[in-house]
Design a protein around this ligand. Structure first.
Ligand SMILES: *Cc1c(COP(=O)(O)O)cnc(C)c1O
Length: 462
């Protein structure tokens, strides 16, 4: 399996190289040259299989010969053994025809664990074989960072540096990043927004001298292996509701477009997905773009669903690549236009996106009201990101087509917002009960590339 860049001017890589690299050297994102297909019979045969078995069958064709079959099975077993639910991604019913896919039973209580735990095991297996050392660097609006740290803490061949926006992540998110004691874990609090942190990470990847000196590797949601890991739960959930014999729609609380793009890949692989609905909070640039055609950042505002406070939605580039007929040059032009202020989709691209995607937004009040309503109608506490999804899904329900909304985090990860909406403070699960007592360790940095690079060189001895 060969991987190509969305901008068409980076070396073609195999799965292992694309995974270790993250961002392509032309600034683009890696995608498989062709998307493997699953027949209806192969999809039907997933019914009743374990999560790990479905993961094996769905992902295996994308890996080429990077890992032997037994090795890949062992990697999957290690990746998901720490989850607190044997189904890994259980499906529960919210209302007639509307289901919640619980993606928060991993170690850091958000869906990011699905990809990150797997990537940790994939990296370890690959680096052990080659004797290489890498420096993982990521920007986070909260959940990616804690998931990455949890996946890489204590591994021999990896240092992990996570940039998060100072003062803009929840206390639970921050403590999950600042309390691990392993010396290969480095939490950096940057003065700025998530988009600043993400931009500095991109800058580091584009500083080739630095990138090669420290052995930079990216595990942000741009990493193809992360997207791939997320394709799996679209299959497990759709099959449990009757796919491939009927179609299913999904609503996905969206920020960087990684999770919903995984759904798009599942659809292109042959899973009968009717609609993929992008749900945004008041930072609604994706909703505006999908409904009106213009992608023009206007400033990020903080919300109670902070993991979606994003305006430069990196994985959207992958959707644009397909919407523009796999024309890397057109994508590169759009990204240049974005750097200069924004772009407007061509009519053809709008129509191509509309074939798969719908969108909607939830205001802060609507998000809180949804948390309260779900509490009243189901006795269930949902996190604010999930609530954004549930609100938007409610506007897209179609009789006869089940709707699955992705529950992207545990309510206890955002206790203030949930308590404000319901009067009930969601308790942390047992394995995290002492989080508020553990000492924190963090380095504050300016929003300045050279300053950040100095810290990383210093800590890694490069
Ligand atoms: C990361 C995150 C999102 C957004 O996911 P994307 O893949 O960036 O679109 C939504 N909800 C939660 C809880 C998250 O951590």
């Amino acid at each position: 399996m060969r991987y190509i860049s969305t901008r068409g001017r980076a070396p073609v890589l195999d799965f292992e190289e694309a995974m270790l690299t993250g961002l392509a050297r032309d600034g683009g994102l890696y995608l498989p040259e062709t998307i493997p297909q699953m027949t209806p019979a192969e999809i039907a045969a997933l019914e009743g299989q374990s999560y790990e078995e479905v993961a094996f069958r769905v992902m295996r064709p994308f890996l080429g010969d990077t890992f032997a079959e037994d090795e890949f099975r062992a990697i999957l077993a290690r990746a998901y053994e720490g989850f607190a639910h044997t189904a890994r991604a259980p499906l529960v019913q919210l209302a007639p025809g509307h289901f919640l896919l619980e993606l928060f039973h991993g170690r850091t209580l958000a869906f990011k664990d699905f990809a990150m735990q797997l990537i940790g095991q994939l990296f370890e297996a690959s680096l052990r074989r080659s004797g290489r050392r890498v420096c993982i660097i990521g920007a986070t609006s909260g959940d990616t960072g804690s998931a990455a740290i949890e996946a890489f803490r204590g591994l021999d061949a990896v240092d992990v540096f996570i940039l998060y926006p100072h003062g803009r992540v929840s206390e639970v998110q921050r403590r999950q990043m600042t309390t691990p004691t392993e010396s290969n874990v480095h939490a950096l609090a940057i003065d700025g927004h998530f988009d600043d942190a993400q931009a500095r990470v991109k800058d580091m990847f584009n500083d080739f001298a630095f990138r090669d000196a420290v052995g930079l590797a990216g595990v942000n949601s741009i990493n193809w292996a992360r997207v791939l890991a997320q394709v799996v739960y679209y299959f497990t959930s759709a099959v449990s509701l009757g796919a491939p014999h009927r179609s299913i729609s999904f609503t996905v609380p969206t920020g960087n477009f990684g999770d919903i793009f995984a759904g798009y890949i599942a659809k292109r692989m042959g899973l009968p997905i009717d609609r993929l609905i992008v749900a945004t909070n008041r930072n609604d640039i994706l909703h505006r773009c999908l409904s009106g055609g213009a992608y023009r950042p206007s400033g990020v505002e903080p919300t109670i669903s902070p993991s979606m406070d994003i305006e430069v939605s990196s994985n959207f580039e992958r959707a644009l690549y397909y919407a523009y007929g796999q024309d890397g040059r057109a994508v590169a032009q759009l990204m240049d236009d974005l750097a200069a202020g924004g772009f407007t989709l061509s009519q053809g691209a709008r129509e191509a996106l509309a074939e798969s995607f719908d969108s909607g937004r939830a205001s802060e009040d609507e998000t809180s009201a949804t948390i309260a309503r779900i509490r009243e109608t189901t006795a269930r506490l949902i996190c604010p990101h999930t609530a954004v999804g549930v609100k938007v899904a409610g506007e897209h329900l179609v009789p006869g087509t089940p709707m699955i909304t992705l529950a992207t985090a545990h309510a206890a990860k955002f206790p203030d917002a949930v308590e404000a909406a319901t009067g009930t403070r969601p308790p942390l699960p047992l394995h995290m009960a002492d989080l508020y007592e553990r000492p924190e360790r963090v380095t504050r940095v300016a929003n300045d590339l050279a300053a950040i690079e100095d810290i990383i060189r210093d800590r890694t001895g490069n």
